[in-house]
Design a protein around this ligand. Structure first.
Ligand code: G3I
Length: 371
């Protein structure tokens, strides 16, 4: 009988059992992307360190749970186009390569936005100059990733909550035509990418009506617009499922796709709910405003799970209208909501905790697909 050296046998045994257990783990454990594969993409926003795959555990979580990515910050104007003649594509190239390597749906965020705008753009007063800058910015970025970035937030947060258009360098210098112009430029640079208008508070009736009017105007000009991004920075009790449903129906009546682009549910008190408080006091980090610094009580964990379950049941009901559901971050430890609207709080808005463990909310979301 042929005998193998001890270390070879040991190596083969370890390799086999590790492959076996990984396979077994994969088949026994659900994941978000496969659970919703037949309904919509499940995405996450990733930060600089995650794009660069600096943390193996985070990387494994991203790749095993999500089939779509959005860059949380690095593609915003001030980062990607810091000076008129200078684009910084290093990180966005890595972001796109990461998505391609993992066969993910890649979303570009964001082309025209008043915030995190390059300071040199914010100072432009001349309409011809601003039009030229918009053309250069959109054409350069979208063409570079033509056929690689699948969809874009072409315009972000252009409408106020009361339905008026937000004052920005774009509105003030070019009037409302800048909206259609942005979509026209993006469509020219990549005719096959899906082009979205993206905003928060999209269930607010006044804002919803204004966004619908705006989209209709763009469509009436024969300019391509493919989708509405409802960001979904929500709370435990608001907006109601009914308000969300009305909005899905109203937006999809425009003949466009609906995506949930930045989903997270804050479990912390909001300073704006305090009656009669001075605005300056609203932003103080007091123990009252940061009630769960160590861990989330089980009762709130349950509420969050129920809230996510109700939301995903609604998403499944309208899966024919929904293209993608993206969480704004991978895990609680990384969420922007730890620093907004009050700095240094501990929030719990996502499906994975700060130790990357799935929360009750994760299982409640997975269970929505079970009959
Ligand atoms: O990059 C600097 C870093 O150099 C510095 O050391 C650090 C010190 O605080 O700040 C870093 O910049 C921060 C940046 O996030 C990257 O972490 C900014 O201060 C901070 O303001 C910025 O916040 C981002 C915010 O957009 C800015 O508007 C959040 O991470 C990001 O989650 C958030 O995302 C937006 C969407 O793009 C649009 N919809 C709303 C959503 C939430 O606000």
């Amino acid at each position: 009988m042929k005998t193998y050296p001890f270390f070879l046998t040991l190596f083969a045994t370890i390799t086999f059992s590790s492959c076996y257990s990984q396979k077994e783990h994969h088949s026994k454990n659900p994941n978000l992307k496969d659970t919703f594969k037949k309904s919509f993409y499940i995405g996450t926003a990733i930060n600089e360190s995650q794009i660069e795959e600096k943390n193996t555990a985070e990387n494994t979580l991203i790749v095993s749970q999500f089939n779509s990515i959005t860059a949380e910050n690095i593609m915003k104007s001030m980062n990607i186009h810091p000076q008129k003649e200078k684009y910084a594509f290093d990180l966005s190239d890595k972001f796109v390569a990461f998505g391609q390597k993992n066969k993910m749906f890649i979303h570009g965020h964001t082309l025209i936005w008043h915030s995190q705008l390059s300071p040199w753009i914010a100072e432009i007063k001349d309409s011809t100059e601003l039009k030229n800058v918009m053309k250069d910015h959109i054409s350069t970025i979208v063409s570079r990733y033509k056929g690689k970035i699948d969809s874009w937030d072409v315009v972000n947060e252009a409408v106020n909550d009361d339905g008026t258009l937000r004052k920005s360098v774009f509105l003030e210098t070019l009037g409302e035509d800048y909206l259609a112009y942005a979509f026209q430029l993006a469509a020219k640079a990549d005719p096959n990418a899906d082009l979205y208008y993206n905003d928060y508070s999209m269930t607010n009736p006044a804002k919803r009506e204004a966004v619908i009017k705006m989209v209709k105007k763009i469509q009436a000009k024969g300019i391509k617009i493919d989708g509405i991004g409802m960001q979904g920075h929500w709370q435990l009790n608001s907006p109601t499922i009914d308000e969300i449903e009305k909005s899905i129906l109203a937006y999809s009546d425009l003949g466009v796709k609906v995506a949930f682009t930045e989903l997270d549910i804050s479990v912390l008190p909001s300073p704006w709910e305090l009656q009669g408080a001075e605005i300056s006091q609203q932003f103080e980090n007091t123990p009252k405003m940061n009630p769960y610094p160590q861990s989330l009580p089980d009762s709130i964990q349950e509420k969050l799970a129920k809230r996510y379950s109700d939301i995903f049941k609604l998403f499944l009901k309208h899966k024919d209208k929904i293209s993608r559901v993206t969480f704004w971050g991978v895990h609680d430890g990384q969420s922007w909501l730890n620093d907004w609207p009050i700095k240094g709080r501990t929030n719990y808005p996502l499906l994975f905790d700060a130790k990357l463990k799935p929360k009750k909310a994760y299982y409640s979301v997975i269970n929505t697909t079970k009959k």
